[in-house]
Write a protein of this length. Structure first.
Length: 84
């Protein structure tokens, strides 16, 4: 019986050029198009919406391009549209 195995970095590599939802360890989340990443899962996104979870609800902010530190990433959701 053969099973195909997909490693985490291979999954992220398949997401390059498409939208991804990134949940950080803080109260912030980002959606955007994944441009690239490195072995530490530092990521560059473009056409980004930043969501900050506040007691009043989510605040949003638009950013053209952003670099996210892989140490602060909690979850990646390929194709995700954010916490709305």
């Amino acid at each position: 019986m053969s099973t195909s195995q997909l490693l985490p970095l291979e999954l992220i590599d398949k997401c390059i050029g498409s939208r991804i939802w990134v949940v950080m360890k803080t109260d912030k989340e980002f959606t955007g198009k994944l441009l690239g990443f490195d072995d530490y899962v530092n990521m560059v996104l473009e056409d980004v919406t930043e969501y900050e979870n506040t007691p009043e609800g989510y605040k949003t902010n638009k950013v053209d391009q952003i670099l996210l530190n892989g140490n602060n990433i909690c979850t990646l959701i390929p194709g995700g549209t954010g916490p709305v």
